[in-house]
Design a protein around this ligand. Structure first.
Ligand SMILES: Nc1ncnc2c1ncn2[C@@H]1O[C@H](COP(=O)(O)OP(=O)(O)OP(=O)(O)O)[C@@H](O)[C@H]1O
Ligand SMILES: [Mg+2]
Length: 453
């Protein structure tokens, strides 16, 4: 059942209970009023009749007087008066005032109670004239009460109808934002984050709509960021593949060709018995193979750090630095690694942080010096990469995949990352992996004075 219908049902129930209680109270009031009226009418009627009977005893024609007594009660609303002979037959009876409305039987039975009948004795002079009987008849009083009840019921009916209609309209208006929210949620459920709801209606619901819109702003922002990250990831992967293809072409291809040429020449020298040239060519093949091995290892390391880390983190970092030294001979790289080994998977994370930081420094900063430092600080492992390049303005920093990927990797291991642009230029990237939760990030200590702040 809809909320609107539930509220209407509830209100109707409350109104019905109120009506029932009101009915019970009205019944009690009407019943006591009917009794009081009958009692009063009987008292007044008795006094009047006794006086008239006493007068009739003194008059020359008592029969006429007694008939007049009965006729005097014609039109009375509550009392029926009869003149009865000694055998109980009616000699005369008064006419009750007409009842205003036909009273329903059930109401009559509820309110009437026992009839009150009183027979008045005659004075000694009228002993043979029978008796005067007074009987109360509440029909008129009940008819009046019935009219009142009908009026009250009509007023209550109009009130309830109006109240229910107003509540129906007001609830419909108040719940309108909920309908909009539910439609918007359906759209969000199907992945459409462009929907927004009007922030109107009752305070609570308009706040709910505000919160919903803010949530959608964040969601659409995150979706856009995710999309961008995916695009960047795809671009990085393409770049990486192109890089590998270039390396294979430039570093491995010529050497393979050289090995082929050397092998052909060895065959020719062997046929001619030129032993010295054979030794020289063999040595050239060995050098070429060594060169290719080195490059293939470096390429494997870029594809999967674990392979390179099999030779140890220090050697892997050394190879990484060699890779950049070969391409950027003007940059002075220095490495400070502890003798103590770093356990898996921390060493892979450290390697990746160094790899990305070196790549960023060379690509974006064009530094003269780059320092890599890894140390233990209590139970924590701390890795710091500093460069003296151009640095960057945080406001103008382009969101890339490298730094966010680095942060995610560090967070996954329960570590923290700090990236600081130095005043004199350059960037300090520092990550620490605490075994216990640390209270704050301490500034990394640099080895060389030119990197201190
Ligand atoms: N050492 C640095 N020197 C100068 N600028 C830097 C340095 N490190 C990061 N930045 C700035 O921060 C930005 C974000 O770096 P991030 O590594 O996230 O992305 P990217 O290097 O541009 O792209 P990606 O790493 O995804 O290939 C860079 O574009 C650059 O502007
Ligand atoms: Mg990068």
């Amino acid at each position: 059942m809809s909320l609107r219908l539930q509220l209407i049902w509830l209100t109707t129930l409350v109104l019905l209970i109120s009506l029932l209680l009101g009915g019970l109270l009205t019944y009690g009031y009407a019943r006591s009023k009917v009794r009081a009226e009958m009692h009063a009418a009987m008292a007044v009627g008795q006094r009047m009749a006794r006086n008239a009977i006493a007068d009739a005893g003194l008059k020359p024609d008592p029969n006429r007087e007694l008939r007049q007594l009965v006729a005097d009660f014609d039109g009375d609303r509550h009392l029926h008066v009869f003149w009865l002979d000694d055998a109980g037959r009616r000699l005369a009876s008064s006419e009750l005032a007409p009842t205003p409305e036909s009273v329903p039987d059930w109401l009559y039975r509820l309110l009437a109670g026992q009839p009150n009948i009183v027979r008045l004795s005659m004075p000694p002079s009228l002993q043979d004239k029978g008796t005067i009987e007074l009987a109360t008849d509440p029909r008129n009083e009940i008819g009046e009460a019935w009219e009142d009840v009908r009026l009250i019921l009509a007023i209550l009916g109009i009130f309830c109808g109006l109240a229910l209609s107003l509540i129906f309209v007001a609830i419909g208006y108040a719940l309108r934002p909920l309908h909009r929210l539910s439609a918007a949620f359906t759209k969000v459920g199907s992945g459409d984050y462009t929907e927004r709801v009007a922030e109107s209606g009752p305070l609570e619901l308009s706040r709910l709509c505000q919160g919903f819109n803010r949530m959608l702003d964040r969601l659409s922002g995150m979706e856009a960021r995710n999309l961008k990250l995916q695009e960047q990831l795809a671009a990085v992967q393409d770049e990486e593949r192109a890089d590998l293809a270039r390396d294979l072409h430039d570093e491995v291809g010529p050497f393979l060709f050289a090995v082929g040429v050397d092998a052909t020449m060895i065959k020719r020298f062997a046929e001619n018995g030129r032993r010295e040239e054979i030794v020289a060519r063999s040595e050239a093949i060995r050098e070429a193979t060594e060169h290719m091995q080195k490059h293939i290892k470096a390429m494997l390391g870029r594809l999967r750090a674990g392979v390179l880390l099999d030779v140890g983190l220090d050697q892997a970092v050394e190879n990484l630095v060699m890779f950049w030294r070969a391409r950027q001979p003007d940059i002075a790289f220095s490495i400070h690694l502890p003798k103590q080994a770093i356990p898996r998977p921390l060493d892979e994370a450290v390697y990746r942080i160094i790899q990305e930081s070196l790549s960023n420094a060379v690509r974006h900063g064009r530094p003269r010096r780059v320092e890599i430092k890894l140390d233990h600080d209590g139970d924590d492992v701390r890795v710091t990469i500093c460069d003296d390049g151009a640095g960057f303005q945080p406001a103008q920093q382009k969101p890339g995949f490298g730094l966010s990927g680095m942060e995610e990797r560090i967070k996954a291991l329960g570590g923290t990352l700090s990236i600081r642009v130095r005043e004199q230029g350059g960037v300090v990237v520092s990550a620490r992996f605490p075994e216990k939760k640390t209270n704050g990030e301490t500034e990394p200590e640099m080895l060389s004075p030119e990197f201190s702040v």
